[in-house]
Design a protein around this ligand. Structure first.
Ligand code: S3P
Length: 168
């Protein structure tokens, strides 16, 4: 089985993926880290050198690669489901779970962690809130295509395990 966690930057995909993988005795893949390892460059460097368009191509190729692994929980990047035909690939190769969080909670989580995220770099709190509110609305169209949606704030891994076990 293959489980994909999707959702906006800062919603907790990576940490939830780690805990969920540990509970299921699965491997955990963080797509951003996988990309950095494959390319030998940080996400910021890739954005700088190749632009967002170049990054999205690489991201899609890497998603294709990890979509062939089994017994794995994959934390995707915040933009992953919203580009190329990634959401179709995600939904045809695994169980997708959208970790949903509102813009205010996202800002509070991202305010100290925006430097390594090229799309958020240099924005103050108000700018972040405005940017996230607009972008989240656009991206929600893709996120809502996930098989399951879970409120991300205070999420318990047990709840995810239950969803997954009931599914099979
Ligand atoms: C992005 C999210 C990031 C990373 C890149 C672009 C996005 O991943 O892929 O900075 O477009 O939302 P996280 O969601 O893990 O921060």
């Amino acid at each position: 089985m293959r489980i994909y966690l999707i959702g906006y930057m800062g919603c907790g995909k990576s940490s939830v993926a780690k805990k969920l993988a540990a509970r299921l005795a699965y491997s955990c893949i963080d797509l951003d880290k996988f990309i950095e390892e494959q390319e030998g460059e940080s996400i910021s460097q890739l954005f700088e050198k190749q632009g967002e368009e170049g990054f999205r191509k690489i991201e899609s190729v890497c998603l294709n690669t990890v979509s062939k692994l089994d017994n794995v929980v994959i934390a995707t990047g915040g933009g992953t489901p919203c580009f190329e035909n990634n959401i179709e690939l995600i939904n045809s190769t695994g169980i997708s779970i959208y970790l949903k969080m509102n813009p205010i909670d996202l800002v509070n989580r991202l305010i100290d962690a925006k430097t390594e995220r090229p799309l958020l770099k240099g924005k103050n709190k108000n700018e972040l809130l405005e940017y996230i509110t607009v972008q989240l609305e656009k991206r929600s169209i893709y996120y809502e295509l996930a098989k399951y949606t879970m409120p991300a704030k205070g999420i318990k891994v047990d709840a995810l395990v239950e969803i997954i076990q009931n599914k099979n």
